[in-house]
Design a protein around this ligand. Structure first.
Ligand SMILES: [Ca+2]
Length: 457
């Protein structure tokens, strides 16, 4: 799992300006998902959902909100797998802490994890120091950690579950200098929705956070090629690490019996609509790469793609399913293994997307279906009115036209409002009562007037 990697940063997702040969090869051999979303597009909350298969309002875990509670962690995929006899391994950015247990190091047989944002300096990541001499930059150190886990598991003749959470390409911009030549002097094609002129139709609320000013303060407007060269260089090293791991699986003779997932914890807006960074519900930040390679599946080697709706809440149930462990009912996600057999049948009818981090104005709830995305921006003040966005992603994948006031979309809008209300009802019913989640049941309610909402963050 990468950190802050946008979908359009890989050859297998249509970018011909980048070099990602190992991930592209994985895509060729596996199944590529074209509509995979992180239901919260921010590091901490997304990782909590990945581990537990639940929406953020049930993990109760995000920056500004609080740590995960131990009873939530107890139902995470590493805990279930270890109980079932798997060796468990984790390296990189864990992303959250569990109350009273910290990083849960003792739940893993192999530990290369680190607190907080971790460091690109391998020597600064305590659990990874033994790799620092050969791999002073952390990205390749995680590849080497992976190789060690694979070797050791084979020696012990035990099944294993290895989770690597790369720091790359998250800021600070510190790529491994050994790859400085890869994109030297390169130019990169801007996305077709790049720039402020493609953001005028987006809500005022979405412009109230730091994502809007970062279009200029992070130089997407003035130095797009320079910024993207460094970003893509960070991803290039992940690609090399993926190659290291796959080579070791082959060398140990277990490549035909090992399933690989490749994804990112959230997407990244690199100047689309005149924004930068993540968090917001737009495609660039909420949608991420997902490749699953199961050498035993029917789709393996057929270069197929999956256009069904999937989410980060699906990882835990999928991993349990692959291991033959029953999926607990508290999980919101579903196993993706059926899609590995038939990529045209399955996935979600609808998914929620949420942001409850950052300034109150930028908090919002969205409902996604196979074709549409509806967002309710509840916030208002002297200059901003509550707003709705409706995008027809099938006919407008770049989100260039907000259809919410288009008479031709009245019936779609009404249906999407209903589906949104269903997602909100789930929130009201199931949100944890701690860490400040229940108040959003009122804030996100379309039918409660603004003056009855508590605007204080
Ligand atoms: Ca992230």
């Amino acid at each position: 799992m990468a950190d802050d990697q946008c979908t359009y940063s890989l050859g297998c997702y249509g970018n011909s300006d980048v070099q990602t040969p190992n991930i592209d090869q994985l895509a060729k051999e596996g199944l590529v998902f074209d509509r995979h979303y992180n239901t919260s597009a921010i590091c901490m909350a997304s990782r909590a959902s990945v581990f537990t298969g639940m929406y953020e309002y049930k993990t109760g875990c995000n920056f500004d909100h609080g740590d995960m509670h131990p009873e939530v962690w107890d139902r995470s995929y590493p805990k279930f797998l270890r109980k079932s006899g798997y060796l468990t391994a984790f390296a990189g950015k864990f992303g959250f802490e569990v109350e009273g247990e910290g990083l849960c190091e003792s739940d893993f047989d192999f530990w290369g994890g680190s607190p907080g944002q971790t460091s690109y300096q391998t020597a600064a990541n305590k659990s990874m120091q033994k790799y620092a001499e050969i791999y002073p930059h952390s990205t390749l150190s995680y590849g080497e950690f992976g190789r060690d886990v694979i070797r050791e598991s084979v020696q012990r003749d035990k099944p294993f579950c290895l989770s690597i959470s790369f720091k790359a390409p998250h800021r600070p911009v510190e790529p491994d200098p050994r790859f400085n030549s890869i994109y030297e002097g390169s130019t990169f094609t801007k996305p077709a929705n790049f720039g402020r002129e493609h953001g005028v139709h987006l809500s005022q609320q979405s412009k109230a956070g730091r994502q809007y000013e970062r279009f200029t303060s992070w130089n997407y407007d003035t130095d797009y090629d320079g910024v993207m060269a460094k970003y893509n260089q960070l991803i290039y090293a992940i690609d090399v690490a993926v190659g290291m791991i796959r080579t070791e699986l082959e060398a140990q003779g277990i490549a035909e019996n090992t399933v690989i997932f490749y994804t990112s914890d959230n997407g990244y807006i690199c100047g689309s609509h005149g924004y930068g960074s993540k968090v917001l519900p737009m495609e660039e930040s909420s949608r991420v790469p997902l490749i699953i390679y199961d050498p035993r599946s029917k789709t393996a080697g057929k270069q197929e793609r999956c256009g069904e709706l999937t989410g980060n809440i699906d990882f835990a149930p999928s991993i349990l399913d692959l291991a033959g462990i029953p999926i607990p009912e508290n999980m919101d996600g579903q196993s993706l293994t059926k899609l590995l057999k038939n990529p045209n049948k399955g996935g979600h009818e609808q998914l929620a997307f949420m942001n409850v981090w950052g300034p109150g104005a930028t908090t919002s709830l969205s409902c996604l279906t196979r074709q549409y995305k509806y967002t309710y921006w509840w916030y208002g003040d002297d200059s901003i009115e509550p707003a709705e966005e409706l995008f027809d992603l099938k006919n407008d994948p770049l989100e260039l036209i907000n259809q919410v006031n288009n008479p031709e979309y009245v019936s779609v809008r009404n249906t999407m409002r209903e589906k949104y209300d269903q997602e909100l009802a789930k929130w009201n019913k199931e949100a944890v009562e701690y860490n400040n989640y229940t108040r959003y049941g009122t804030l996100f309610d379309r039918t409660i007037p603004l003056e009855k909402k508590d605007l204080k963050k």
